[in-house]
Design a protein around this ligand. Structure first.
Ligand SMILES: *Cc1c(COP(=O)(O)O)cnc(C)c1O
Length: 377
């Protein structure tokens, strides 16, 4: 019997989703965004699997260093750049490509000794108003950096989209226009598109794109499912039933007794809770798959368990498999029920959940077994 709960990471789905990025942005180079431990999927295994990406992108220097220490040689973009001298030293020692978003970073660059040239990306604030330089500061900054031989003339311009998840919002196109306007002679590489931009805004498919969430098979667009977009889920979060009880009409289930059984009914208890990263805010009615069939959660999510209405599954028994999200149950749907976004659910799976990586050969074996089973039927 397998230890539960566990998160199964399907690397063939990951590579399939990267191929989707390529089809949508055929003229672009791809930084695969694997910050935050590969959106909860394991940064090093994911980074290793994405051999076909042109580069990898992380948020922090420490993440880039970890990738280098794992033997990954690809270009690595550090989207928040460095903050102090030691971090800049690590950027140079490990050959990372930092983004520059505030003057202190430029000042640190100015103090650095000339050794190996560095590639840098200037982050421009085209409307998100989080990180980046004001577009009016860019011409002078470009002139200054371009004149610096230690940068080997390798400077790019990047920006991040604030509302690309809503394809009807015109702001996305305007943000793209604002970045392009800074480089009328097309002298610099540009990087705009995140997942939503790549899928819905052609102007964001620049020299480099930076897909994250779509690589993991969740939808970045409001009102569009991942399946409609041709994406396959990479993570399957699963556990088992550890108890099946028959409760009576009027019985209250779980903390606070928020669910009251409307009749005598079977209720299953599955071994997963917010201590594993399942969202505590998932309300009564949130679907799970018990032996492949949908059943609704009832009562509050606890730290180690959830309770499930099994009236639709009279044969359900202890040790039956329960899927919280994955194939047949999109993480997007659970996120919507819980009032959050798939990004958060994927990132918050805790270290108590065992991560199992299925790479190509294992997948082939499973598929082969599947055909054998089918033949026997
Ligand atoms: C996280 C991030 C991305 C990836 O965004 P997705 O919506 O996951 O595709 C791209 N660019 C920057 C600057 C980011 O911080």
């Amino acid at each position: 019997m397998q230890i539960h709960p566990r998160a199964i990471i399907d690397h063939s789905a990951l590579r399939h989703n990267l191929a989707c990025v390529r089809r949508r942005a055929p003229g672009s180079r791809v930084w695969a965004v694997i910050k935050a431990d590969g959106y909860g999927h394991g940064m090093v295994p994911v980074g290793t699997s994405l051999e076909a990406a042109d580069g990898l992108a992380v948020a922090r220097v420490e993440e880039g260093v970890r990738l280098r220490e794992a033997g990954i040689a690809k270009p690595i973009l550090v989207m928040e750049g460095f903050f102090f001298g030691e971090e800049l030293a690590a950027v140079r020692a490990h050959g990372l490509d930092p983004a520059l978003h505030q003057p202190g970073q430029v000042a640190l660059l100015g103090q650095m000794q000339a050794v190996k040239p560095l590639r840098v990306w200037i982050k421009v604030d085209t409307g998100m108003h989080r990180l980046g330089f004001d577009p009016r500061e860019i011409p002078a900054l470009l002139a200054r950096l371009q004149a610096d031989p230690r940068l080997a003339g390798s400077v790019g311009l990047m920006t991040h989209l604030a509302k690309a998840d809503d394809p009807s919002d015109r702001e996305t196109q305007l943000q793209c226009d604002r970045l392009r306007a800074l480089d009328p002679a097309a002298r610099y590489p540009l990087s705009i598109g995140n997942s939503a931009g790549i899928l819905a805004c052609p102007a964001s498919r620049t020299h480099w794109v930076r897909p994250g969430i779509m690589l993991y098979g969740a939808s970045p667009l409001i009102g569009r499912t991942a399946a409609e977009l041709g994406l396959r889920p990479v993570m399957q979060l699963e556990t088992r039933l550890i108890a099946v009880r028959t409760l009576h009409r009027g019985d209250r289930v779980g903390y606070g007794g928020t669910y009251v059984c409307p009749e005598d009914m079977p209720v299953g208890v599955a071994a997963i809770g917010y201590g594993d990263g399942y969202p505590r805010h998932a309300p009564t009615g949130t679907p799970v798959l018990v032996s492949g069939q949908r059943a609704p959660l009832v009562g509050r999510v606890s730290m180690d368990t959830i309770t499930i209405d099994l009236r639709g599954l009279p044969a359900a028994a202890v040790s039956d498999p329960v899927i919280l999200w994955g194939e047949g149950l999109p993480v997007d749907e659970i996120a919507e029920r819980a009032g959050t976004i798939p990004y958060e659910l994927l990132c918050q799976v805790t270290s108590r959940v065992r991560m199992e990586h299925r790479r190509n050969h294992e997948c082939t074996r499973i598929c082969t077994n599947f055909h054998r089973v089918k033949k026997n039927l």
